[in-house]
Structure formats: structure tokens, C-alpha cells
Design a protein around this ligand. Structure first.
Ligand code: SF4
Length: 51
């Protein structure tokens, strides 16, 4: 399985400045929009999109 550029950058960022919860700033973190099991504590997410 190859990682997307987005996920690679998230992993690098987590290593350098510490992991943060992506869901807190994600456009899809409301109602039933996101059904990923990682929600609401995703630290790496292919679908992440900043608000
Ligand atoms: S898409 Fe990813 S980052 Fe966004 S709410 Fe869902 S699990 Fe969290």
C-alpha cells in the first residue's frame, strides 16, 4: 500500500511538531458527514480538508 503525499506530510508534521487531532479543524467533522472510525481523533487522514 502506498501512502499519499498528504498522509506522508501529516506523518512528517506529527513527528516534527507533535501530533494534533485533525478532526478539530476538518470540514467534514460535523453531523454524519464523516463516518471514518478514526473520527474524532484522527492524527493522520487521507480525507482531511481544512475548514
Ligand atoms: S475526514 Fe478525517 S480528519 Fe476529517 S473528520 Fe473525518 S476522520 Fe476526521
Amino acid at each position: 500500500m502506498s501512502l499519499s503525499w498528504k498522509v506522508v506530510m501529516q506523518k512528517i508534521r506529527n513527528r516534527i511538531i507533535g501530533a494534533s487531532i485533525l478532526c478539530d479543524t476538518c470540514q467534514y467533522n460535523w453531523g454524519n458527514v464523516c463516518k471514518k472510525p478514526e473520527r474524532p481523533n484522527a492524527k493522520v487522514c487521507e480525507e482531511y480538508k481544512r475548514k
